[in-house]
Ligand binder design. Structure first.
Ligand code: SF4
Ligand code: SF4
Length: 374
């Protein structure tokens, strides 16, 4: 395993971190606990020393599972990270109750890394309203948490930079993969944070598995043309690991083969290890994926609110990614879990279409997407 040094704490952190949000499941949808524990411990036995979970993962079952996996001396071997669900704070006391619940679930007296979960332009209002940063400082002083960070899902790099400048963060967590180089914080945000001495933890290096689960033929053709042979996972992880600003790369592993594969890949990945030719191939692949987008929604949100309360750009994003990544199965989880209401409630009033600067046939796309997942 490769390790990188946390510039703030001096800790040596494994380049691969275990993300506990896509643990192996039983047929009934519950976590396959024996296998999940085996995978986490196998990763730690093979050099992983960063484990990341969160309050909502697996409907609250990830934290207790991680707690179990870290028994028998494993807790001492890792940097344990979990996140404060800001959206669940309805009154100030909730901040304390939530952390206490999390420590109880994990069965530990404290965690190393505690993140404000999912800061975006909307959720930041709750951070201000409930003095979340005062709470974080208080918990750090009380030794309940060691390092304070946030995970970012805002829409612009500018807002990310504002947040970086707002507080003396110990670390930050962003989504980054070769398809998201300019999405949310992106490469520019990562470099900004790193230049300020803030270590950057990466999530979604494989874009939730979309860059590896199903490879469309046109994409495979690019990989096949490369003089260096790598699997799609190797290309994707090598791209992230190439940045010296990256501290650790979280992968949400669902099967032991993925653990073994990621251990192998990130034991070999070098910072600044990719050649200009290899980086050009990755860029061509990203361009090819983008060419596959059927509907040019810019997520400007001018069409909202929809009278039927449909989150129109989110529906179109799911529809687009079916074609981009060549698989409906890839997007079923997002359709089932992240859309409420579903596009089935569209009344075809066409109010959105009158406003849409891209002149999209939104009602048609709603019907098409609903039909795909019916
Ligand atoms: S056409 Fe459908 S998506 Fe558009 S505003 Fe009307 S109900 Fe909402
Ligand atoms: S107005 Fe059009 S381009 Fe903008 S978010 Fe809505 S559907 Fe997308």
């Amino acid at each position: 395993m490769k390790y990188r040094t946390n510039s703030k704490t001096g800790e040596s952190v494994s380049l691969l971190g275990f993300g506990a949000m896509r643990l192996p499941l039983n047929a009934d949808g519950s976590i396959d606990e024996a296998e999940a524990v085996r995978m986490i411990r196998y990763a730690i036995d093979n050099g992983v020393n960063y484990v990341d979970t969160a309050y909502p993962y697996h409907n609250g079952k990830s934290e207790p599972l991680v707690g179990k996996a870290l028994k028998d001396g494993y807790r001492e071997k890792v940097i344990l990270a979990t996140k404060l669900p800001v959206w669940a704070i309805k009154k100030r006391e909730d901040r304390y109750t939530l952390l206490e619940t999390q420590l109880k679930r994990l069965d530990v007296p404290s965690v190393d890394n505690y993140l404000v979960h999912d800061i975006n332009e909307g959720s930041y209002n709750a951070v201000k309203k409930f003095d979340v940063m005062d709470f974080m400082r208080e918990m750090k002083a009380a030794d309940k948490i060691k390092n304070i960070g946030f995970s970012y899902h805002g829409s612009t790099v500018e807002f990310f930079k504002e947040l970086i400048d707002l507080f003396d963060w110990d670390f930050v967590q962003i989504q980054l993969n070769y398809m998201d180089a300019e999405y949310q914080a992106g490469v520019a945000g990562m470099k900004y944070a790193a230049a300020k001495g803030i270590p950057v933890v990466i999530m979604e290096p494989l874009r939730g598995g979309k860059l590896v689960n199903v490879i469309p033929d046109t994409i495979r053709a690019y990989w096949d043309r490369a003089s260096v042979k790598r699997t799609p996972a190797e290309w994707a992880l090598a791209w992230v690991a190439n940045f010296p600003e990256v501290l650790t790369i979280l992968s949400g592993m669902s099967a032991m083969e993925q653990v073994e594969d990621n251990l192998r890949i990130l034991s070999a990945a070098e910072q600044d290890g990719l050649t200009a030719e290899e980086l050009a191939i990755i860029e061509q692949v990203a361009d090819e994926y983008n060419k596959r987008i059927p509907y040019g929604c810019t997520a400007c949100r001018y069409c909202l609110p929809c009278p039927a309360k449909i989150e129109i750009p989110a529906v179109i994003e799911i529809r687009n990614e079916v074609d981009m990544y060549g698989s409906k199965a890839n997007m079923k989880f997002a359709y089932d879990n992240f859309l409420d209401p579903k596009p089935t409630v569209c009344t075809a009033c066409k109010q959105c279409e009158e406003i849409c600067p891209q002149h999209l046939n939104v009602s048609g796309i709603m019907a098409e997407t609903a039909g795909m997942f019916a």
